[in-house]
Design a protein around this ligand. Structure first.
Ligand code: GLN
Length: 275
C-alpha cells in the first residue's frame, strides 16, 4: 500500500465513522506513524508503507474511528507554540485558551506571583512560567492524574512551576498572588448531554460545572479577594454564553471587569482587577 492509497483508505474509514475533517486526521495519523511532517509526507505519495507501518496506521485509525480524540492518540497537543503531553485524565488544551494566556502575559509584571487553578495538563501554568519574565507560578489541581502529567510537561519544557494537589484554594491558604488564572469546568448539566463524542472521552471532572455551569466561578470569585493583592488581576476562561453571568459574579466580589473574545469571535475571557 502506498502513502497515497493509505490516505485514501484512512479518509474513507474516518468519514464513515463521522469524524469531522477526516482527510486531515488521516494525514496527521499517517504522518505520526512515519515520524514525518504532514506536508513533507505528501510530497512522496507513491512510496510503499512497510508492513509494520501499515499495521500501526491501522491501529491508530481504529482508535480514531471510535472517536477517541486525535490528541490522545498522538499523545500531544500544541498550545502557545509548545508541545504538551496529553492523555485521558486531562483536558486537551484548546487554541481558544491562548487568548487568556496572551492577556495574562501582557498584564504580568516581571516576577509576578501567579496562581493557576485547575491546571490540568499544565498548559497555562507552564506557558506563563516559560513566556513570562521571572514569573513565580503556582498551579493547583484536585486530580493527581492531571498533576502528574502537568509536572511531566513542566519538566520536559524546562519550566519552573510549583504544583500542589488542591481543591481550588485549599492548599494555598493565607498566600497572596498578583494574578489568578483559571479555565475551570464550565459546561452546564444540559450541555453535558450533547457533547461531541471526542469531548466525552475527556474527564468529566474538567468539564462539568454543575447545573448552570457556573459552580466554579462562584467559588473562585468568592474566595479570590483573600488571595489577590490590591490591583491584582483575576482572569477566567468562560463558555461563550457566560459573559454576563460571570461578569456579574466577579464584579460583585472582586472589582471592575473586562472581557475578551477569542479568534473565533466568541466571548472567551472575563477578567477583573481587585478593588
Ligand atoms: N472549552 C471546552 C469545551 O468546550 C470546555 C473547557 C472547560 O469546561 N473548561 O469543550
Amino acid at each position: 500500500m502506498t502513502v497515497r492509497e493509505a490516505l485514501g483508505q484512512g479518509t474513507a474509514r474516518l468519514e464513515a465513522a463521522g469524524v469531522p475533517d477526516a482527510r486531515l486526521d488521516a494525514e496527521l495519523l499517517l504522518a505520526h506513524v512515519l515520524h514525518e511532517d504532514r506536508l513533507r509526507m505528501r510530497l512522496d505519495g507513491a512510496r510503499a508503507l512497510t508492513g509494520a507501518q501499515a499495521e500501526c496506521y491501522d491501529a491508530l485509525l481504529l482508535r480514531r474511528q471510535t472517536r477517541e480524540p486525535l490528541q490522545y492518540i498522538e499523545g500531544e497537543a500544541a498550545f502557545m507554540g509548545l508541545s504538551f503531553r496529553v492523555a485521558p485524565g486531562v483536558l486537551i488544551p484548546r487554541q481558544d485558551t491562548e487568548i487568556l494566556c496572551e492577556e495574562a502575559l501582557s498584564r504580568m509584571k516581571p516576577g509576578a506571583r501567579v496562581l493557576d487553578i485547575g491546571t490540568g495538563s499544565g498548559a497555562l501554568a507552564v506557558s506563563l512560567a516559560k513566556l513570562g519574565r521571572d514569573a513565580q507560578v503556582t498551579a493547583v489541581d484536585i486530580s493527581d492524574a492531571a498533576l502528574s502529567i502537568a509536572r511531566d510537561n513542566a519538566r520536559r519544557l524546562g519550566a519552573q512551576v510549583r504544583f500542589l494537589q488542591s481543591d481550588c484554594f485549599a492548599a494555598v491558604a493565607g498566600e497572596m498572588f498578583d494574578m489568578i488564572v483559571s479555565n475551570p469546568p464550565y459546561i452546564s448539566r444540559e450541555e453535558m448531554e450533547s457533547l461531541m463524542p471526542e469531548v466525552r472521552s475527556e474527564p468529566e471532572l474538567a468539564l462539568a460545572g454543575g447545573e448552570d455551569g457556573l459552580d466554579f466561578y462562584r467559588r473562585i470569585a468568592r474566595e479570590a479577594p483573600e488571595h489577590l493583592v490590591e490591583g491584582g488581576c483575576l482572569l477566567f476562561e468562560i463558555g461563550w454564553k457566560q459573559r454576563d453571568a460571570v461578569s456579574a459574579l466577579v464584579r460583585e466580589s472582586v472589582g471592575e471587569t473586562f472581557s475578551l473574545k477569542d479568534y473565533g469571535g466568541n466571548w472567551r475571557v472575563v477578567g477583573a482587577l481587585r478593588r
